[in-house]
Design a protein around this ligand. Sequence first.
Ligand SMILES: C[S@@+](CC[C@H](N)C(=O)[O-])C[C@H]1O[C@@H](n2cnc3c(N)ncnc32)[C@H](O)[C@@H]1O
Length: 241
Amino acid sequence: MSNKYYAPGESRADRVRGLFAAIAGRYDLINDLQSFGLHRYWKRRLVRLTQPQAGQRALDLCCGTGDVAFALTRQGLETVGLDFSEPMLEVARRRAATSAPKPAAPNFIQGDAQQVPFPDASFDVVTISYGLRNLADWEQGLREMRRVARPGGRLVVLDFGKPSNALWRSLYFAYLQYCVPWLGWLLCGDRDTHGYILESLRHYAAQDGVARKMRELGLEQVRVVNLMGGMMSLNFGVRPA
Ligand SMILES: C[S@@+](CC[C@H](N)C(=O)[O-])C[C@H]1O[C@@H](n2cnc3c(N)ncnc32)[C@H](O)[C@@H]1O
């Protein structure tokens, strides 16, 4: 399978940037359609797993249009959302400007999740939702999450998973292969925008690989929460005190 938005190596980031520039305006709508609205629930699970405490600092990497950053802010965390796509950030900032009632809005900044522009140990919570899979080097993304987390800080990753049950995995991969690209075609005029999900997932270590890497990085309390039989997954870890 080949997809114009997926390329390993040096051009990976440019292709991914091009993809999100193309779909930014329709991103939220397609998310609701392709997940039947369930991504909102999965993101709530992510936020609960961070054990949010008002007044703490949070960083949401690959924040996109801001769902998780807004949710963390609503829990009283002082939140930064970081993304490398200006068109996605524009949507997030527009949402911040129009959302009412207004808690202090997240601070949205442009940056690379593989070179996070913050000093070591800056945040109590570091999240990444549907972002790690898109990085040219996801292990570097995880290292950065660990670096900027404070001792005792919680790291949570949400992304498409790989179900261990072969039949369930086949059905789900068929949905990603045949139905989801059709939504991309219908709403963005390009099947590849959403065919990219399966292509990138095939090249991604998913929940088990992320858990392994978290342990390798010395994180504690590492665990995987599988949702919908592993179609979606949350990875959790704590930076040692
Ligand atoms: C699928 S969207 C996820 C958006 C949001 N987190 C959500 O869950 O709806 C992936 C986001 O990752 C961003 N992204 C991909 N690679 C990145 C990188 N190296 N640094 C920062 N952002 C990146 C894209 O611009 C895009 O906004």
